[in-house]
Design a protein around this ligand. Sequence first.
Ligand SMILES: Nc1nc2c(ncn2[C@@H]2O[C@H](COP(=O)(O)OP(=O)(O)OP(=O)(O)O)[C@@H](O)[C@H]2O)c(=O)[nH]1
Ligand SMILES: [Zn+2]
Length: 371
Amino acid sequence: MQRIRRALIDLRRGEPVHLADEAGGSLILALENLTEARLEQALGLATGAPSVLLTAHRAEALGLDGQTGEGIAVAVPKAGLMETARQLARGRDARPTGATVRPLTEGERQALGLARRATLLPALLAIASDPDHDRLAGEIQRGEILSIDRRDATRFFSDSGRHPERVSEARVPLSGAEQSRFVLYREADGLLEHVALVIGDPRQWPKTPALRMHSACLTGDLFGSLRCDCGEQLRSAVHAIAEEGGGILLYLAQEGRGIGLANKLRAYGLQDAGLDTVDADQLLGFGEDERRYEVAAAMLDDLGISRVRLMTNNPGKIAALEAAGIDIAGREAVHGALNRHNARYLTAKADRAGHWLEEVFADSAADGDQR
Ligand SMILES: Nc1nc2c(ncn2[C@@H]2O[C@H](COP(=O)(O)OP(=O)(O)OP(=O)(O)O)[C@@H](O)[C@H]2O)c(=O)[nH]1
Ligand SMILES: [Zn+2]
């Protein structure tokens, strides 16, 4: 676990990590922050063939489907490596013509999983290594470069590391919901923290309390971004819950539908260039929604809540929370207003992800706005 945590940080810092797997082993580097100097250093340590690892989502977006499984490894020549790798990782129309494309090994699949947990762009450079000949072995022995085993990663991805533990709590009166408590949870692997906002006195709650499960959106929640409806949903949910005598809001650390703020901003750039929110995420290498809700269900369990009325327009949240063992007694809409900056985003949520947003568009039409 400790080694994997360090691997996440090394990758985030742009440093190489050695991955030992069935194919022998390779030196792995994140492509989003790769520099020429770092690349040269890596090529001096591991001397085998380089390849770029991409997720199936990105492979499909580049038109490489059919052979992808959970992702692909594209063999890249050493000449012009930096530019080719960058194109494969970030380019809009990167076409590895003539390049050998093969499915990922299990270890490479885990490596891409680590990049996602580190909320990096899920695109890695892998340089095959021969531990008996390369300089790499010495660096690993000296502790300069971390070596991880595929099995370490498998253990890390098992759910036990994500179990949330209650850390601290306090009374925090909110405007419109004066009787509120913040309860902070930390996942067992120490990486993420989530908040349960307990509104009102649980002894006086409605029999089946309302739950808003809200994913972090720094731009919307804190700054009132007009690109999405998050800020309004957050505040209106707190008010509505307080009005009816109390309930729960879970504030979950899954910014950008789980892809992280850096990637969300990259996705915004692609949306400004014409893609919708789903296609933008896919081009970056992500699925249409990367969030999971087992941790939220475990927080509810800790709070003694097993049955709720869920405040959402997202059918996926209902299904996921039910699958995680929470009884959903009903669904309540929670809307933000349509504006010219979020119309395309909300339209894509409705049309592509099946969110129930008819009322938002109807209200806006009644007000005479343009969709
Ligand atoms: N990847 C990506 N994430 C976005 C974009 N716009 C907003 N988000 C994120 O989407 C999430 C929205 O969270 P929620 O409001 O809880 O969820 P929802 O799926 O909209 O469902 P409900 O609001 O419950 O109906 C937040 O994590 C935002 O940061 C975008 O264009 N791309
Ligand atoms: Zn938002």
